[in-house]
Design a protein around this ligand. Structure first.
Ligand code: NAD
Length: 416
């Protein structure tokens, strides 16, 4: 019987490929593939109606050879151990690729936040932090927002942790509200980075911003901002979707007007400035770039042969499965891998952590200029590595990151 590979299987396959490219031993592969610490916690919650439910929470610290664990917290029904394991491993590579002094971690709670009140989500968050208290900290593991969580979640996180230690500790999380020591530019950092890498990839193929057409899947924290930055830069964002449906306008969607519509109705569908389209078709549109910025495993062996774009920019984590990736690669579709495309979030999280520790805050221009310079430098390095080793951009990015983590392992040695 063949089983569908899990996200963790796909993540390990990427590491295996880096092993082939870099030529390190099986022992080293095992060391890099195995998460350092995996925690499962019960998160009991009192519902508003007085009943009680027990949710499952996770935190996985994949690797901390280069520094404390860093990675988001996801609230979604789809969260499970395998997904969190894969995402934690991706975080290790992402931080190393960006040369940040972090290892990788990820967490989540398996529930659908849309079915819970704000007060219930606050209680869930605070209990989860309480359960994780011994294994998180500004020098141990620093959470951040991800799918289903936001700056408010991080404020509760920071407050609960601070109550426990007895003083305000803003360095425990990133993605906090600016009023609590969050960084200017953090909220839109992932989206801005997706825009920078899309622009770089299109430029690499000789496509000017003003001539480019783009389709964006997802209109949440990543997709919404990415679509807006692209629209403002002159790209034509012809299609956008969310979990409820998709919309299309061949002349380009006005993303500000769409944002207002979504703020009012909660959905992209029924927006007056576009027509409805089949969401399944969005990633298959004949555009220059498609940007999956919602969930995992949306480009698979079943639809990769029908992708017509010249570039796939992975705004989401793991939107392309291993088998989907192989088909895109064979067909010569450029894929800007997640660990590069959406790394603006962890990069500006790092700037936020530094500011929180220094109690000295940067202006927006400094944040965004630093982000642009850092991401474009990494883009150049990845392109260079890919040419030098005749590998694709994902293989290059993962190999560069893995090499840095392995080097840290070797320099530190094995204890005892
Ligand atoms: P979010 O919860 O803010 O938004 C998710 C969006 O995806 C929503 O618009 C939702 O309606 C849409 N969506 C859900 N299921 C869909 C489907 N089947 N088809 C189309 N749209 C669908 O989450 P986010 O923070 O924007 O995260 C999106 C992805 O980006 C995740 O993979 C996350 O891990 C990754 N990511 C996020 C950040 C960050 O800073 N928020 C950083 C790096 C990577």
């Amino acid at each position: 019987m063949t089983t569908t590979p899990t996200p963790y299987d796909d993540a390990k396959a990427q590491l295996k490929r880096a092993q082939e490219i870099l030529g390190f031993s099986d022992d080293d592969y095992e060391l890099l593939a195995t998460p350092r610490r995996e925690i499962t916690v019960a998160v009991p919650v009192k519902r508003d109606d007085g009943t009680k439910t027990v949710l499952r929470g996770y935190r996985i610290q994949h690797n901390w050879s280069r520094g404390p664990g860093k990675g988001g917290v996801r609230y979604s029904e789809r969260v499970d151990m395998e997904e969190v394991r894969a995402l934690a491993m991706l975080m290790t590579w992402k931080a190393a690729l960006l040369n940040l002094p972090y290892g990788g971690a990820k967490g989540g709670i398996a529930f659908n936040p849309a079915e819970y009140s704000k007060a219930e989500i606050e209680r869930i968050t605070r209990r989860y932090v309480h359960e994780l208290f011994p294994v998180i900290g500004p020098d141990i593991d620093i959470p951040a927002p991800d799918m289903g969580t936001d700056a408010q979640t991080m404020a509760w996180f920071m407050d609960t942790y601070s109550q426990a230690v007895g003083y305000t500790q803003p360095g425990i999380v990133t993605g906090k509200p600016v009023s609590l020591g969050g960084s200017l530019g953090r909220a839109e950092a992932t989206s801005l980075g997706v825009y920078f890498t899309t622009r770089a990839a299109l430029g690499h193929l000789g496509i000017e911003e003003n001539d480019a057409t783009v389709a964006v899947q997802g209109f949440g924290k990543v997709g919404r901002g990415a679509a807006r930055f692209m629209d403002k830069a002159g790209m034509k964002v012809v299609a956008i979707s969310d979990v409820f449906g998709a919309i299309y306008n061949a002349d380009g969607i006005d993303t500000d007007a769409l944002g207002e519509h979504v703020d009012e109705t909660g959905k992209v569908v029924d927006f007056a400035g576009a027509e409805a389209m089949d969401p399944e078709e969005l990633l298959l549109l004949d555009v220059d770039a498609v940007v999956p910025a919602a969930i995992e495993a949306v480009i698979t062996k079943d639809n990769a042969a029908d992708v017509k774009a010249r570039v796939v920019v992975e705004g989401a984590n793991g939107p392309t499965t291993g088998s989907g990736d192989a088909i895109l690669n064979e067909r010569g579709v450029m894929v800007v891998p997640d660990i590069l495309a959406n790394s603006g979030g962890v990069l500006v999280s790092y700037y936020e952590w530094v500011q929180s520790r220094d109690n000295f805050f940067w202006d927006l221009e400094r944040v965004q200029k630093s982000q642009e310079a850092a991401m474009l430098a990494v883009w150049d390095e990845v392109v260079e590595f890919s040419k030098e080793h005749s590998v694709n951009l994902r293989e290059a990015a993962v190999s560069m990151a893995v090499e840095r983590v392995l080097d840290a392992h070797k320099m530190r040695g094995l204890f005892p």
